[in-house]
Each structure stands twice: as structure tokens, then as C-alpha cells.
Ligand binder design. Structure first.
Ligand code: TRP
Length: 335
């Protein structure tokens, strides 16, 4: 580790199919961020079992997501991409932090309320303490920054509270993490209802472009995207559907919204949607090709998984040793 190098942590769940929104809003930035920070990008499989999963499916998806991180352009021997379940420190620290987190704090988490409404038949304790595991993820690596979407801000705030509380009792143990604010990725909305975020759990398959959609599907979904009757390609809040398509097009082509407006001046939505579709294909097709190529190379992916788990564990243990000592656990005798 380079001296003074700042640490960044983020994670994604291997549930649902990743969408263009996940790519343009997060993954694409992760690639850039790995030049500036020591990055830990975890496939957070411990989090996934807070709702029922099919084991074979979870295993497959977890590996697919890790492969996708690489296909998106993250160098796996620079950034540390690994499975959360391969580093036991996450679960250990999570337990300890549970004892420094109040029921009242967890009761206020809006995601817990949403998820328990959605999974009323399985409101398990893991779902309740989910944010503590997330805090453990972040604090275990002494992360300085955490790129998260607005939906995870409350969890990050809680992480800071827990860390400050712990430090207040035991001294400076944890780095207090900040939300990463810099050039944020575009927030991509649903193609069918531009007031909602594009989501991997949307029931309407036309609402989201999945990273693995083929060319025809991408083109068809773009053509069917909801717009309006104003018939002008303008970046305006009065035209949320068109605005979203402009965001997609500008992210995929690295053009500014103003440049896009100009490019389509006097042109109809038909032409515009076609261009949006093509720009998405031009980004996703190479990513898919790399993904399929990488998936065939079992030995390489295995090596990434194993070496990075060891690397992550090395950093995790450094923190965990300090924490265990501070809370008063007996040391393992060195004999
Ligand atoms: N809870 C996050 C989500 O569902 C995933 C996650 C788990 C995470 N641990 C994290 C994100 C730590 C950032 C940092 O999106």
C-alpha cells in the first residue's frame, strides 16, 4: 500500500440482473476511482441471504458479478475485488458492532421498513442488522470514502455514528468514512416511468436495460421508452423521459446534455431513440464480449478470487486485531 493512499470501499449484491443504471451510475465510476484510491469492491453475498435465495443460483450470480466487475474494466490485481463471505472478518466485526448499535437506530432505517413490508413472511434478524454488517464492511478496511447511492446514505450515516461511538469509548480505532462526492455517475431512470430509478428488481422488463441484453432487445427497449408529445429533444424537467434518454446518451458517448440537444435539434424522437439505442450497444457489446471471454477462463477467475480474498483478509485482520484487543478479548497465546 502506498503511504497515505486513501481507501475506498463499495459493494454490490449479486441479486437480480445488473442494469445499465448500475453500470453508468456506479460500475463505470469504480473503474476510474481505482486509479485514485486503494479500492475494495466486494460482492456482498453475506448481505444477500437476508432474503431467501436459491443457493445454486446465488453461487452462480456471485461469480458472474465478480466477473462483470473485471469485464467493466476494473483491474483485479489493482483494486481488490472479492467475495465478502471469503473474509470472515466481516461477520466477526459485524457481531462486535452489533453490541454498539441501538435497536432504536436500526428501527429508523427506511430500507428495513421497506424490505420488511416486501418480505412480510421473513422478517429475520439479519434483515434488521443488515446496516451493521454494512458498517463492518466499511470500517474493516478503514475506508475514507464510500461511493453510494442516495438509497444507502442512511446506512452510511449510521456507519459514521457507530464508528464515532466506538472511537469515543476506545480511542481512534476507525477512520470515519465520508460519502464519495466527486463526479457522480448519472442517475438513470426507468424507461417506462421516468419518475422511478432504473432498478434490477423492476417487474416490467421494458423498464430496464440489463447489462446482458442483446442488441435487438436494447434497441427495442429504447424505441419503446416513454417520452412525451412535445417532440423536441430538450434537457428539461418538464420532459423527464427525454431527459433520461439524454442522460443515457451523454453517459454512453461522453457528450454533454447541451451537445446532445444541439445534435438532435429539429430531429424527431424516432431518430433520437435509435441513436440512444446504438450508443448503449456500443458500450454494452464490448463489455459483454469481455464477460463471455473471461467466463471461459476459469483458472484466471479462480486466481483473482483466491488472491484477492487473501489480500482483503490481510487488511481486515489488521483492524480486527486492534478491535478485539480494545473490547477486551484475550489474546491468542504465542507459544
Ligand atoms: N447495501 C448496499 C446495497 O444494497 C451494498 C453494500 C453492502 C455496500 N456493503 C456495502 C455498499 C458497503 C457500500 C459500502 O446497495
Amino acid at each position: 500500500m502506498i503511504d497515505n493512499e486513501k481507501v475506498l470501499f463499495s459493494g454490490m449484491q449479486a441479486t437480480g440482473n445488473l442494469t445499465l443504471g448500475n453500470y453508468l451510475g456506479a460500475l463505470k465510476n469504480w473503474v476510474k476511482l481505482s486509479d485514485e484510491y486503494l479500492c475494495f469492491y466486494s460482492v456482498v453475498d453475506l448481505h444477500s441471504i437476508t432474503v431467501r435465495q436459491d443457493p445454486a443460483e446465488l453461487r452462480k450470480r456471485a461469480r458472474a458479478l465478480l466477473t462483470l466487475y473485471i469485464a467493466a474494466g476494473i483491474d483485479p490485481f489493482k483494486a481488490c475485488i472479492y467475495f465478502q463471505s471469503h473474509v470472515s472478518g466481516h461477520a466477526e466485526l459485524s457481531w462486535i458492532l452489533n453490541c454498539f448499535t441501538y435497536m432504536g437506530e436500526l428501527n429508523r432505517m427506511t430500507q428495513f421498513k421497506d424490505k420488511s413490508a416486501k418480505h412480510a413472511d421473513n422478517i429475520n434478524a439479519g434483515l434488521f442488522t443488515y446496516p451493521v454488517l454494512m458498517a463492518a464492511d466499511i470500517l474493516l478496511y478503514q475506508a475514507d470514502v464510500v461511493p453510494v447511492g442516495v438509497d444507502q446514505m442512511q446506512h452510511l450515516e449510521l456507519t459514521r455514528d457507530i464508528a464515532q461511538r466506538f472511537n469515543g469509548i476506545f480511542g481512534d480505532i476507525f477512520t470515519i468514512p465520508e460519502a464519495y462526492i466527486g463526479k457522480q455517475g448519472a442517475k438513470i431512470m426507468s424507461l417506462q416511468d421516468p419518475s422511478k430509478k432504473m432498478s434490477k428488481s423492476d417487474e416490467n422488463p421494458n423498464a430496464s436495460i440489463y447489462l446482458m441484453d442483446d442488441t435487438d432487445t436494447i434497441m427495442r427497449k429504447c424505441k419503446r421508452a416513454v417520452t412525451d408529445s412535445l417532440a423536441v429533444v430538450a434537457y428539461s424537467d418538464d420532459q423527464p423521459g427525454v431527459k433520461n434518454l439524454i442522460d443515457i446518451y451523454s453517459s454512453c458517448t461522453n457528450k454533454t446534455p447541451a451537445e446532445v440537444e444541439k445534435e438532435f435539434e429539429g430531429k424527431g424522437y424516432g431518430d433520437f431513440k435509435m441513436a440512444v439505442g446504438e450508443s448503449v450497444v456500443s458500450v454494452l457489446k464490448p463489455l459483454q464480449d469481455r464477460y463471455y471471454e473471461l467466463s471461459k477462463d476459469k483458472a484466471y477467475i479462480d486466481k483473482v478470487i483466491k488472491e484477492n480474498a487473501e489480500k482483503a483478509d490481510y487488511y481486515a485482520q489488521k483492524t480486527l486485531r486492534k478491535v478485539k484487543k480494545k473490547v477486551g478479548f484475550p489474546e491468542v497465546p504465542r507459544i
